[in-house]
Structure formats: structure tokens, C-alpha cells
Design a protein around this ligand. Structure first.
Ligand code: AKB
Length: 319
């Protein structure tokens, strides 16, 4: 069997960093090429890196000629909050890059992973336990690009048999790399500020419930989906994935159990409007049925683990 050669785009981001480390652990560091428009830091710098702008089809082809990829994890994208600041550029970056990857995978035997998001849903979508197949009416350019991307994935699978797989990620919480440009970022920022200052000013209201997940679960889900036999993957748009659903007030209360002096204030900004269009919680029945998905971390386990590891990280970076 041909050895795996894996490309991760947007690898220096919140998901990319941890996915790259997991894939390198599994396949060896030289089997995983990390690419981004910025240099990798820390552990991620130990292995092949390519500075690469995902809107360049030529550069993608050049990299494929050099490395002969068998898998591409195409993570590079602008997220919901940043996307609203430059909608046309966000559309171009998110869509052109996906189409370049799908075109490459049409011509060569490359398995593709591409993340979608809960941002595909809109205010007309049932907000609680949002089903897989429902009214889908995104209101952000990011959400529109993710919904369109889901349809392109399905098209390339149906028409060209491209083995492309996808998950609609909820907001992701992690300590290795900060979140960048999303509406769910508060649930990461709050931990940094709680440890550093004991105070957080939240850009969402206290009762804004959103679907969230701890990064170890998200990475495991991604790898489990990619490992599943092809015939089990019956959904070729993107799978709903449920983790934990909570509000800023509930998260703050959980943090207070470990940092008793922690306090929070609420000052909603433009991101509140985006959050108001997204579900409170997700039904992931199809992911459970098709590839056996089960979330592990609950709110209190996630909070404990975040605080423990972020304290270690912040202490060592201060030294
Ligand atoms: C965002 O907030 O934009 C992302 C997402 C939910 O896809 N974290």
C-alpha cells in the first residue's frame, strides 16, 4: 500500500495545529505537510512546512507534484466574525480554495476532509436539537460559503466519486492555539482572561446558548470520520456533530468553581446578532448511526482540563 502523504491547509489555526500533531503522531512527522500563510510555532515547526496561499490553484498543483498527496485536510477559511468584515474576499477565499482541492482530488486519488459549521443554520432553523436535514438559511457570508461548500462536496462525490468527508463543527474550545475570528471565540478567550485577570467582558449576552465541543473530541471525530469505511459514509454533504451546549453564564459559573474570584460582565457586540441566528443545540443522530460518533467531554470535564492545561501553558510561556 502507498504510504500516506498528507497536506493540511490552514494548519497554524486552532484546529489545524492539533490535527497536525495527531496525524504526525500516527503517520510520522514527514508524512504530514503543514501549510499556512504564517510560519508554524512550537511543536508544529518540527516537520515539513510550506508557505502556501490556498487561493492559488497553481501552487496547490505544484505542492501535489512535489509530495504526491493521498489525503488533504483543507481547513483554511475565514470564520463568521472576520468574514463579515470583508464578505467578498471571504467568499473568494473559502470557495475558490475548496474548488481547487476538489478539482485536484477529481484528477488524483486523494481523500479529502473539509470542515463545515453550525453557521450553515439560520433563524428559521429549529434551534433546539437541530436535525441533520432541516431548514438551512445562513445569514453570514461564512455560513453561505459553508452551505455552498457542502453542496460542492456532494456534487464531486456524486459526479466524480471524490471521497470527500465533512463535519459541521460546533464552536471549538482548546488551549494549544487561540481561536481566530469566530463568534464562538468567547468560550476560549474567557479562559485566558479568567487565569490572567480574573475578569472577562463577554461579547455575547449571558443566556446565549450555542453548540460547543472540546478540541480532543473534535479531533477524534475528524479522525474517526476519515477512518470509517467508505460505504458507511452515507452523508456526503456534512455531518451534524453534537458536543456540549451551554451559555456564557453557565460557563462562567463552572470557571468560578475553580477560580472563585472570577467575575464576568456582558457587553454584546455585532457577534450577538450572528449568535442569535445559530442553534442552541444539535442532533447528531446520523453521525452516531453511520460511524459510531459519541462525544466524551461534558462542561465540567472540559472546564477542568482547560484550566489545568492553560495554566501550565501560560506559566511556561511567561518563563
Ligand atoms: C465561528 O464562530 O465562526 C466558528 C464556527 C462555529 O464555525 N467557530
Amino acid at each position: 500500500m502507498k504510504p500516506e502523504s498528507i497536506l493540511i491547509t490552514g494548519a497554524c489555526g486552532q484546529i489545524g495545529t492539533e490535527l497536525a500533531l495527531s496525524l504526525r503522531q500516527r503517520y510520522g512527522k514527514n508524512a504530514v505537510v503543514v501549510s499556512d500563510v504564517r510560519e508554524p510555532q512550537g511543536e508544529l515547526a518540527d516537520g515539513p512546512f510550506e508557505m502556501f496561499n490556498v487561493t492559488s490553484e497553481k501552487d496547490l498543483e505544484r505542492l501535489h507534484k512535489q509530495y504526491g498527496f493521498t489525503q488533504i485536510y483543507h481547513l483554511a477559511a475565514l470564520l463568521s466574525a472576520t468574514g463579515e468584515k470583508n464578505p467578498l474576499f471571504t467568499w473568494k477565499l473559502n470557495m475558490d480554495s475548496l474548488l481547487h482541492v476538489l478539482e485536484l482530488a477529481r484528477q488524483y486519488p486523494i481523500k479529502v476532509y473539509w470542515p463545515s459549521s453550525i453557521a450553515v443554520f439560520g433563524p428559521e432553523t429549529p434551534a433546539n436539537h437541530t436535525p441533520q436535514h432541516t431548514v438551512i438559511t445562513p445569514r453570514t457570508v461564512y455560513g453561505i460559503s459553508k452551505l455552498s461548500g457542502e453542496h460542492w462536496c456532494k456534487y464531486y462525490y456524486d459526479r466524480y466519486n471524490v471521497d470527500v468527508r465533512s463535519i459541521r463543527y460546533p464552536g471549538l474550545i482548546s488551549y494549544k492555539t487561540p481561536a481566530g475570528g469566530g463568534t464562538t471565540d468567547y468560550a476560549v478567550d474567557i479562559f485566558y482572561q479568567a487565569i490572567d485577570k480574573g475578569y472577562y467582558e463577554c461579547f455575547l449576552t449571558e443566556n446565549t446558548f450555542l453548540p460547543m465541543m472540546y478540541m480532543p473530541d473534535a479531533i477524534r471525530a475528524t479522525l474517526e470520520l476519515m477512518d470509517s469505511p467508505k460505504e458507511n459514509i452515507k452523508n456526503r454533504w456534512s455531518y451534524n456533530l453534537a458536543g456540549i451546549s451551554f451559555s456564557p453564564a453557565q460557563l462562567a459559573a463552572e470557571i468560578k468553581k475553580l477560580i472563585p474570584d472570577f467575575s464576568i460582565a456582558y457587553k454584546p457586540d455585532f457577534r450577538q446578532k450572528i449568535a442569535d441566528t445559530w442553534p442552541n443545540s444539535i442532533d447528531d443522530y446520523e453521525a452516531q448511526q453511520d460511524w459510531g460518533w459519541k462525544n466524551a467531554y461534558d462542561l465540567s470535564e472540559m472546564t477542568n482540563d482547560m484550566i489545568k492545561n492553560l495554566k501550565i501553558k501560560l506559566k511556561s510561556s511567561a518563563q
